[in-house]
Design a binder for this molecule. Structure first.
Ligand SMILES: [Zn+2]
Length: 343
C-alpha cells in the first residue's frame, strides 16, 4: 500500500502539503500557505521529490509553491487554469516546470497512469486518483453543491484523503443562499476566493433580484453568464448602495483591500473561513463585517457518499479534525462495519 506523510493539512485548518510514496515515486500533493497569515508547511527532512501536484489555485493549496527551487525543481502538474491563476496570487513558476493535466479523464503523471476529475470546488480544480498499490485518491477541496462547477465521481481506492473542512455541518447550500440574501443591505461587499464561489453567488443572488456588481475576475469566471451585470475594477466605479462580489487575492493593492480602505465605509459579509490575524478577522473585530455560511466543501452526507463510492479502507480527514465531528465519525463507523478504518 502507498505511504502517506502529512507535512501539513491534518488536525484542523492548515495549509495542504502531503507526501505520497507510491509505485516507487515520491509525489508532493499541494503546497499551500495559510489560512493564518504566514502559516506555511515545515518541509524539514522531506527528501527528494519526483513531482508536485497542485489540486487548485487557492492560497492554502498553492501559496508555498515559491519553495519549488529548494525542492530540486521537480515537474509540477495541474490544469492550465490553475497555472494561469498563480500570478493573480503573486506566485510564479517557470513555464518549463508546468505540465498540464486535463480537466477530467485518464492522464499521466511522470510515467504513472492516473485519472483526474473536476472537484466541484474551484474552476480548474482536480482530484487525483492513482490506481497503483490498491489505489490512492487525493480529493483536495471538493463539493457536490455548486451549480457551475460539477464534481466528477471518483473511482474506488484503498487510501482516500478527503476534505473535512466543515466537520459535522450538513446544512444544504440552498438554505444558506436565502440567509445570505436576507443579510445583505445596500453598500455591501461579498469577498470570495478566486476561481471559487463567486460565479455561483452572482447567479443565486441575481435569481433573487439583487443585481450584484462583480469585479473583472468574477466576470471571467462567469464564463459569459449574466452579461448584464455591471463590472467594477476600482472603488471609484462603485455606486453608493452597490452589492459587490469581489475576488479577494489577499494581496496589497487588490480591489478588496482598496474597498476596505475606501472612505465610504463599505460593509462586508464573509462566507469563507476567517483565520486569526487575517484581514477578514480584522473587519469582524472592527464591526464592519458579519459572517454567513456558503458551502464550498463537502457536508457530512457527502463524506458518507464518498466513503461509499470509493470503498475506502483508509479515510484520511484533511483540513479538519474528526474529533470535532462526532456525528460524522459515528456515521462513518456505520458505513464501514467490517475491517475498514479511518486513519
Ligand atoms: Zn479551495
Amino acid at each position: 500500500m502507498a505511504i502517506l506523510t502529512a507535512f501539513s493539512g491534518l488536525g484542523g485548518k492548515a495549509p495542504a502539503a502531503f507526501l505520497l510514496e507510491i509505485a516507487g515515486r515520491r509525489l508532493l500533493l499541494d503546497l499551500g500557505e495559510g489560512p493564518r497569515p504566514g502559516q506555511r508547511p515545515d518541509l524539514e527532512g522531506i527528501g527528494p521529490i519526483d513531482a508536485i501536484f497542485l489540486s487548485h489555485a487557492h492560497i492554502d493549496h498553492v501559496g508555498a509553491i515559491d519553495l519549488w527551487p529548494g525542492l530540486g525543481r521537480p515537474p509540477v502538474f495541474a490544469t492550465r487554469a490553475t497555472f494561469d491563476a498563480l500570478p493573480l496570487l503573486g506566485l510564479h513558476l517557470p513555464p518549463q516546470a508546468c505540465h498540464d493535466l486535463p480537466a477530467r479523464g485518464p492522464a499521466r503523471l511522470l510515467d504513472l497512469p492516473v485519472t483526474v476529475g473536476r472537484d466541484g470546488h474551484a474552476l480548474g480544480g482536480l482530484w487525483l486518483h492513482l490506481p497503483q498499490e490498491g489505489g490512492a485518491l487525493y480529493m483536495g477541496d471538493w463539493s457536490r453543491e455548486s451549480e457551475i462547477l460539477p464534481l466528477d465521481p471518483p473511482p474506488p481506492a484503498d487510501l482516500v484523503i478527503t476534505d473535512l473542512s466543515y466537520g459535522d455541518r450538513d446544512q444544504p447550500l440552498a438554505e444558506q443562499v436565502q440567509a445570505l440574501a436576507d443579510s445583505i443591505t445596500p453598500s455591501t461587499v461579498l469577498p470570495v476566493p478566486i476561481l471559487g464561489r463567486g460565479a455561483d453567488m452572482a447567479r443565486h443572488l441575481s435569481a433573487l433580484g439583487l443585481s450584484p456588481v462583480v469585479c473583472p475576475q468574477i466576470r471571467v469566471e462567469m464564463q459569459g453568464a449574466l452579461p448584464a451585470l455591471r463590472v467594477i475594477a476600482t472603488p471609484s466605479e462603485a455606486r453608493d448602495g452597490d452589492v459587490i462580489i469581489v475576488a479577494d487575492t489577499e494581496r496589497p493593492g487588490d480591489l478588496m483591500s482598496c474597498l476596505i480602505a475606501d472612505a465610504r465605509g463599505w460593509r462586508f459579509v464573509l462566507t469563507g473561513h476567517v483565520a486569526p490575524g487575517s484581514a477578514a478577522a480584522g473587519l469582524i473585530a472592527d464591526g464592519r463585517a458579519t459572517r454567513r455560511n456558503w458551502n464550498v466543501h463537502p457536508r457530512a452526507r457527502d463524506q458518507i457518499w464518498l466513503a461509499g463510492i470509493t470503498r475506502a479502507r483508509h479515510l484520511v480527514p484533511a483540513f479538519g479534525a474528526l474529533d470535532d465531528a462526532p456525528d460524522l465519525a459515528q456515521a462513518l463507523a456505520g458505513v464501514w462495519g467490517t475491517g475498514r478504518e479511518n486513519s
